[in-house]
Ligand binder design. Sequence first.
Ligand code: XLS
Ligand code: NI
Ligand code: NI
Length: 437
Amino acid sequence: MAEAFPDVKKIGHEGPDSKNPLSFKHYNPDELVEGKPMAEHLRFSVAYWHTFRNAGADPFGQATRLMPWDDGTDSLENAANRVRSAFEFFEKLGVRYYCFHDRDVAPEGATLAESHKNFDEVVKVIKSEQERTGVKPLWVTACLFAHPRYMHGAATSPNADVFAYAAAQVAKAMEVAVELDAAAYLFWGGREGYKTLLNTDMGRETDHLGRFMQMAVDYKKQIGFSGPMYLEPKPKEPTKHQYDFDSAACYAFLQRYDLLEHFRLNIEANHATLAGHSFVHELEFAAAVGIFGSVDANRGDLLLGWDTDQFPTDLYDTTMAMLTILKAGGFTTGGLNFDAHVARESFEPVDLFHAHIGGMDAFARGLKIAAAIRADGRLGDFLKPRYASWDSGIGADIETGKVGFGELSEYMLKKGEISPNASGRVEMLENIINEHI
Ligand code: XLS
Ligand code: NI
Ligand code: NI
């Protein structure tokens, strides 16, 4: 098979002064940051659905992208060629991970059995490409939202057969995750929500979603899949309201259905903004309650209210994200998956390289800036004295449960007024970030 990207060689690190658009200015995989190579800090991953399936159509216009390796058919041969092209891309870009939905890599068949068979055929090709290159899935997932059978949802469909079909699809995708040595398995609740409450039994639907995830946990044990499972919050789109609205809603769901020890979150930047949060808020919440897992790295557009899935380029955002990720101890099984697509007008194959290089450099810079801010220490040092009143005296008594409202009333009546507050120094702290950017 001919090369898919014959004009592109392996992308190298040329440093910030290079004018070569096909080079990294900041991402240098072996360079140590806080004693760990950048590649291990960032664990970049390519999203198969955007980079190899999304041809650039939108609700108003047809596909624009040139994909010379793709003959446009649903044949197994085309699927296999696409896999080879994808691995050529991963290798040339220098990423170690990729993510996919079952139906991204293999065509849906006329029956479930035929779909399984198609999947198995393509997985053979994927496996040999993985062995050749060492590139592996950061996570695997099943597409439970594109086919018309999922019009009312998958695990939350009013039709019990749809739940059963989705379970069969997930079971198969989990088996493939084992086969391909995926680091994790992911659930994004594509249509697990509602269009109108007039036709929806919310309590029953969320119970079904909980039951579905409990079954997934059982199956994971049964087939010996050792990686974690991720839940990816998103507040809306395609439904008006999705049950996995944001990190906090996912946390409540996981607690209610006793799933906490088996799941972590995959935080997507654009989903955070759709939920009315910042990307870093979602990361910080997940880290604070101990369920931070992985990241779908992209960005939205403040002027557009949907999931535009643009490549991340905002240094302030990548810096704030890496500050939180470093504070949380970094990725273990997770990484930065570019759940992003090139603009519809960036239709040439080389644009895929520009887009990913930009995203990787933006996060490499964010990582270096975050490490410099941590080394500088002023930001981190600010918190200790700010919370000092909790380290001894009445604060410590509250934290350790020694006192209740009665004791606190006594304490305050005697003291008469609070010790003076200190300034929050908002602008001074913001200035420290900008000193380093
Ligand atoms: C869609 C989601 C999806 C998941 C994987 O908005 O981001 O791409 O990441 O199903
Ligand atoms: Ni995503
Ligand atoms: Ni998304």
